[in-house]
Design a protein. Structure first.
Length: 294
């Protein structure tokens, strides 16, 4: 099942064609429509990400800036259990995580672990944050592109539990939930586009566009610092430049390969997404861990 979605963007970022996982639900209710077949995702293996050109972009109305989003009353402190996720909304035995893994796997690559097709044993996915190809679903996270904790601070603290559940399990927008290497997701944490961008340069413009689109779709606040960063990144993307974080611009070494990694190995050596002793043999494919520059 395919459809075209509007990627709401900042100052003329892209409107791209992308497949849908289900009929688009309203953000106020959890998705209930089952998918007939898992569609190919825009970031599946074989589809190289690229910085969209200005000709492919459509101008949109931008959200207003708000006060800093971390200024949330203590009574509204974030608790992950208040955002129920990985539910089985259509009761087909596949929870939200499994649905997303199916949607973003390379076509015909998924092998199920059971006859009912409830769990996935293996498949093939390309992480849009790092470019790494992974075949073991246990090495993957399904990332909320705008993290739950960030959404909580940006207005979600005032939502009902039903709306939080809908947000945490939104299958109607292919940009909302993304299959990524676990190490890259842990590196990102709850940080916004001000503090974190994907290590894979080729995906940065797409990531920023998706971030703003998700926030607009759900009516989440965008503070002044975040808006300024998005404006700057939009200008970079229009001019064909790679968006850079302030910390990267301040550190010349940030442009070196491997600078934006999920784990810095100050002793030993990198192995996949972790560090191992220098005298050990690494049998994992290259990941997001990197050597210390010191």
């Amino acid at each position: 099942m395919h459809r075209s979605i509007l990627r709401v963007v900042w100052l003329g970022l892209v409107a791209c064609a992308a497949p849908s996982r289900t009929a688009t639900p309203q953000p106020t209710a959890a998705p209930t429509e089952p998918r007939e077949t898992p569609p190919a995702h825009a970031d599946a293996v074989g589809d190289e990400p690229s910085i969209a050109t200005p000709e492919a972009r459509a101008p949109v109305t931008t959200p207003e800036a708000h006060a800093p989003i971390d200024d949330v009353p203590a009574a509204s402190a974030y608790d992950r259990s208040d955002w129920p996720h990985w539910i089985d909304a259509d009761r087909d035995c596949q929870d939200t995580r499994t649905e997303v893994l199916l949607a973003e796997a390379e076509p015909d690559s998924v092998v199920f672990a059971d006859p009912r097709r409830c769990a996935i044993a293996r498949g093939r996915w390309r992480c849009p944050y790092t470019g790494r190809v992974v075949t073991d679903p246990r090495a993957l996270d399904v990332d909320h592109l705008v993290p739950l904790a960030h959404a909580h601070a940006a207005g979600g603290h005032a939502w009902s539990r039903e709306r939080r559940t809908a947000y945490a399990n939104d299958l109607g927008d292919p940009d909302h939930l993304v299959v990524v290497v676990a190490g890259a997701n842990r590196s990102k944490g709850q940080r916004s586009i001000v503090q974190w961008l994907p290590p894979d340069d080729a995906n940065r413009c797409v990531y920023v566009a998706a971030w703003i689109a998700v926030k607009a779709r759900w009516g989440l606040q965008v503070d002044a610092e975040e808006r300024a960063a998005a404006d700057a990144f939009a200008a970079d993307c229009r001019e064909g430049r790679i968006p850079r974080l302030a910390a990267e611009l301040a550190d010349p070494a940030a442009d070196e390969p491997g600078a934006a990694c999920c784990r810095v190995c100050r002793s030993g050596q990198p192995c996949g997404d972790s560090c191992i002793a220098a005298d050990k043999t690494c049998r994992k494919p290259p990941g997001c861990a990197c050597r210390s520059a010191g």
